[in-house]
Design a protein around this ligand. Structure first.
Ligand code: USQ
Length: 382
């Protein structure tokens, strides 16, 4: 299949591009290095240096024989995207090309504006490129579980049937996010749903929880093929941060009471979900929403696991409850349905002690390079 991976330089995009190329898809990875630029601007270094997309695709081809075409450019520029569609004629587009950090989106007006404009403009451009140049193309869009927030009722897989005054109708499940970043994902879903209803687009919108992990089968070929891995307070996700904190010997930063529950998944399962979505395309005029995670944990449970496994490896791991910089529920009901991807064939990689120990061992060689000044939160929601 000819697949465009938008945001192909990112934590999820690069391993996805490699996995698809390795299974025989024709892959075009596109990126404008926004994540790298914002990491430089906010002084948020990755754990290890990551060669640029062109160098990584050359290395991957030399080691595996699989080609990943690369285009560097800004998808907010519609003419650029149009040219890519005309030349590559994609059958599917995997859309990761967004500013992905909740804390970044809450830093101030400029950061909020960049997040909103970038995320919505790229989504609108992708929709229009598909409608105009490849109407049969399947859009696979990375959304987030954070779109739903933490309502006091079960979270369904995308939709909710409401009975009101004796009549029934099915709507998008109510969404209320707790950051501007997550709010842009809600707006993406609304845009996609509008064009699905009106113009018959084919869309899979994946509501993903926080991902963790440093490696996939393809990264085993060479350390320079690992994804761009953040552990700082702005771009690092919670479990990846805890791994690095444990290795650095700084207390794990549990925000507030730590009973915030989320659905987590390994990087390898993100890729599996993308492959399943690609292999089971939806019909024209269908918006399929899948809740993409494998296990629920509270932040406290994650911290306790990292502490226990870290100690078994001889690390000195303490847990700190620090003031929560975010506005979010610290105790809440959380029961999201997540059967759609399992029904498509997802085989989860669970967070076992062995998996945790392996990830800690992968971080250990970089202990001396960890910048511990980048651990405590620099951004407050208030
Ligand atoms: N948290 C801590 N301590 C930390 C960092 C985070 O207690 O040091 C807590 C947060 O307060 C939150 C939970 O851990 O309750 C998850 O935070 P996170 O930073 O791992 O995840 P989040 O900001 O929600 O965003 C990440 C990705 C985003 C994706 C989202 C999925 O950056 O791109 O959409 O996970 S979800 O969380 O389900 O919305």
């Amino acid at each position: 299949m000819r697949v465009m991976v938008l945001g192909g330089d990112g934590y999820l995009g690069w391993p996805t591009a490699m996995a698809l190329a390795a299974r025989g898809d024709q892959v075009l990875a596109v990126d404008n290095y926004l994540r790298r630029t914002l990491c430089l601007q906010t002084s948020s270094p990755p754990l290890f240096p990551t060669p640029d997309l062109v160098k990584r695709s050359e290395l991957f081809q030399a080691l595996s024989g699989h080609q990943i075409q690369v285009e560097i450019g800004d998808l907010r520029d519609y003419r650029f995207l149009e040219g890519l569609f005309q030349r590559f004629q994609p059958q599917a587009v995997v859309h990761y090309a967004e500013q992905p950090s909740a804390p970044y989106s809450m830093m101030g007006f400029q950061e909020a504006r960049l997040t909103l404009l970038n995320n919505l403009e790229v989504t609108l451009n992708v929709i229009w490129a598909v409608l105009s140049l490849a109407p049969d193309c399947h859009i696979i869009k990375l959304g987030t579980m954070g779109e739903y927030g933490t309502p006091n009722i079960d979270i369904e897989e995308g939709w909710l049937t409401v009975e009101h005054k004796g009549r029934k109708h099915t709507f998008l499940y109510p969404r209320q996010a707790s950051s501007l970043y997550h709010t842009t994902k809600i707006q993406d879903t609304d845009l996609l749903w509008f064009y699905v209803r009106t113009n018959g687009l084919r869309v899979t919108d994946l509501m993903q929880g926080p991902a963790y992990g440093l490696s996939t089968p393809e990264t085993a070929l060479h350390p320079d093929l690992r994804p761009f891995f953040n552990y700082d307070d702005i771009f690092g996700t919670v479990l990846n941060r805890f791994l690095v904190q444990a290795v650095a010997g700084v207390p794990l930063t549990v925000f507030g009471r730590g009973n915030q529950t989320r659905g987590y998944l390994h990087l390898q399962d993100t890729i599996q979900c993308i492959e399943l979505a690609l292999d089971h395309p939806v019909a024209p005029g269908e918006l399929r929403i899948l809740n993409q995670f494998t296990e629920l944990f509270t932040v406290n449970q994650l911290a306790e696991k990292v502490q226990r496994v870290g100690r078994s490896l001889g690390l000195k791991v303490e847990i700190d409850h620090i003031e929560n910089p975010r506005v979010e529920a610290e105790e809440h009901y959380y029961n999201p349905v997540h059967t759609g991807l399992l029904e498509l064939g997802l085989k989860p990689h669970y967070l076992t002690d062995e998996v945790l120990a392996h990830m800690l061992q992968e971080v250990m060689p970089y202990r001396d390079q960890i910048d511990t000044a980048k651990i405590l939160p620099r951004v407050s929601w208030r």
